[in-house]
Design a protein around this ligand. Structure first.
Ligand SMILES: O=P(O)(O)OC[C@H]1O[C@](O)(CO)[C@@H](O)[C@@H]1O
Length: 187
């Protein structure tokens, strides 16, 4: 029997577009993000139909041991002085981790432990982010272009948004970013 070679799905490293397999897509608009940004008045003043981020995912099997693969494309923008970001979540199966790879644009990955402790990782083309279990995660676009990141996570992980209904403990605003840049400069 001749061995056969299967063409796997592809990710275009520069745009983050997936191809070569059935895909699923979901766009999250500003109007879907009620209560997510600190400045409620600024959020109400925005266009609810404005796309904030789009997730494209390979339509692959779910179940024990299966992995999902998706790319999040987060647009640049702000609500008040807070940068556009994903809703953010813990996994419903808290012990399950996830890996992110930065593809294009620049931003931050906000990580929050169950005790509320936060940390930030810089997301840029080529960056690798190991998100351990028990850790909430949110992407933040601090740049002027689309921020795209590839993610791989166990299909059984699920999403728990309710645990963060009070918001993450850290908000990334233009002021905070300036402060962090100054700290880096001053060593
Ligand atoms: O579910 P949220 O917080 O809106 O964010 C979408 C994110 O979730 C994932 O689908 C899986 O963690 C990521 O690909 C994406 O960044």
């Amino acid at each position: 029997m001749n061995p056969s070679i299967k063409m796997p799905p592809q990710v275009a490293w520069d745009s983050g577009s997936l191809s070569g397999a059935p895909l699923m897509q979901k766009t999250t608009h500003l109007g879907d993000l009620n209560g997510i940004f600190a400045d409620d008045e600024a959020w109400r003043g925005g266009d609810p139909a404005l796309a904030v981020y789009r997730v494209e995912m390979l339509d692959t099997p779910s179940g024990d041991g299966e992995l999902y693969t998706g790319v999040t494309h987060l647009n640049p923008g702000r609500v008040g002085n807070e940068f556009f970001m994903t809703r953010g979540h813990f996994h419903a199966r808290r012990e399950q981790g996830e890996v992110y790879f930065g593809l294009r644009g620049e931003g931050l990955l906000l990580l929050q432990a169950e005790n509320g402790q936060t940390r930030l990782e810089r997301v840029q083309p080529g960056s690798i982010h190991i998100i351990p279990g028990l850790t909430a995660h949110r992407l933040i676009n601090t740049g002027h272009d689309i921020l795209s990141a590839l993610a791989v996570w166990p299909s059984i992980a699920g999403h728990d948004y309710a645990a963060l209904s009070g918001g993450f403990a850290l908000r990334v605003t233009t002021d905070i970013l300036k402060l962090m840049a100054k700290e880096v400069q001053n060593g």
